[in-house]
Design a protein around this ligand. Structure first.
Ligand SMILES: [Zn+2]
Length: 102
């Protein structure tokens, strides 16, 4: 069974993944996967992460940018959605590169 994610701003079902950020437990590093990018960097935010955390970044075809966090902590998974940019800003030049395009 699969669900289709909807943009939290406009309910559009056409959402493009353009970035993943991964924070291991008790780490000091962040792993980033994006179009043409696989990086491992020191990141201050990693100190505050209480469980293994995945952040997935989306942009709907209306231009809204949002992210969803999955955080594992003591046997439970917390899912949080955050709107990054709610402006209607679809523009070919502004559109993020999907991960699958590289
Ligand atoms: Zn949207």
């Amino acid at each position: 069974m699969a669900d289709i994610l909807l943009c939290p701003v406009c309910n559009d079902s056409y959402n493009h993944i353009y970035r993943h950020e991964i924070y291991p437990v008790l780490g000091t590093r962040k792993y980033t996967i994006a179009c043409g990018v696989f990086d491992v960097n020191y990141d201050k935010k990693a100190f505050g992460v209480r469980g293994f955390t995945f952040e997935t970044y989306y942009q709907c075809e209306g231009g809204h940018k949002w992210m969803q966090t999955h955080q594992f902590h003591k046997g439970e998974v917390f899912v949080e959605t955050e709107v990054i940019d709610a402006r209607d800003s679809y523009d070919e030049d502004d559109f993020m590169d999907d991960i699958w395009r590289d």
